[in-house]
Design a protein. Structure first.
Length: 199
C-alpha cells in the first residue's frame, strides 16, 4: 500500500484572485467552481513501481465551494505512463491507497472514467500545462517590483495536498473543455507549487 510522490503542481480555477476555498469554506465567485490541478511527478514510487517522470491532471466541477461536496471529477493520466504506472496512479489519485486523495470521496460524488491524454508541462516563472485537447493552464508568477515571489503559506486546503507554500500566479487564459464537465475559463487565480505526499 505504501506510496510517495513529490514534484510540482500547477493549479487554476474559475475564480478570481485568490482562490477562496484554500482558506476554508467559502463562496466561489460565480457560485460554482471549475478547476484543475496538474501534477508533474518528479520523484515517486508505489509498491515497487517507479512513478518518477509521470504526470496526472485532476479536473473538477463543483456546484458550490470545494468543501461543500457533491462535485464531479475526472483524472487524466499521461499517455506515456506504462500499464503498471497507470494502475498505481489511478489507485493513488482515486483514493484507494489512502492519503490525501482518499478525502476527495467527500468532495466528489461522481467520478468520471479515467482518461489517458498527452500531458505537457513547462516550468519557470511562466509555467504552463496542456492536457490533451481539453485543458490548458497558463500561469505567470506574481512578484514584487524587486523580484520577490508572492506566496501563501500553510493554507488549510493546500496543506492537505502536500503544498506548504503556494507561489501565487495569474491564471488568465487558462481553460477546460471536457464535454462531460462544465466548461470554464480562469478568472485569474493560479499557483505554481511544490508538493510532497505519501501514505
Amino acid at each position: 500500500m505504501a506510496w510517495q510522490l513529490s514534484g510540482q503542481v500547477l493549479e487554476t480555477c474559475s475564480c478570481k484572485m485568490v482562490c477562496p476555498c484554500i482558506l476554508g469554506p467559502a463562496e466561489p465567485d460565480q457560485g460554482w467552481c471549475g478547476g484543475a490541478l496538474v501534477f508533474d511527478i518528479q520523484e515517486g514510487n508505489s509498491d515497487g513501481v517507479s512513478l518518477s517522470g509521470t504526470r496526472t491532471a485532476l479536473a473538477f466541477d463543483l456546484p458550490g465551494d470545494f468543501f461543500g461536496g457533491n462535485g464531479t471529477g475526472r483524472l487524466y493520466v499521461s499517455d506515456s505512463a506504462s500499464a503498471d504506472q497507470r494502475r498505481e496512479l489511478e489507485a493513488i489519485f482515486g483514493g484507494q491507497k489512502g492519503g490525501a486523495f482518499a478525502a476527495l470521496g467527500g468532495v466528489l460524488s461522481k467520478v468520471l472514467p479515467v482518461q489517458t491524454a498527452s500531458i505537457q508541462v513547462s516550468s519557470g516563472d511562466n509555467a504552463s500545462a496542456r492536457v490533451g485537447n481539453v485543458g490548458q493552464i497558463d500561469l505567470k508568477s506574481i512578484k514584487t517590483e524587486d523580484g520577490k515571489q508572492t506566496t501563501i503559506v500553510n493554507a488549510p486546503l493546500n496543506a492537505s495536498f502536500g503544498m506548504e507554500t503556494s507561489n501565487l500566479a495569474r491564471g488568465d487564459g487558462s481553460s477546460w473543455s471536457d464535454p462531460e464537465l462544465r466548461n470554464w475559463q480562469s478568472g485569474g487565480t493560479g499557483s505554481i507549487s511544490r508538493f510532497s505526499l505519501k501514505a
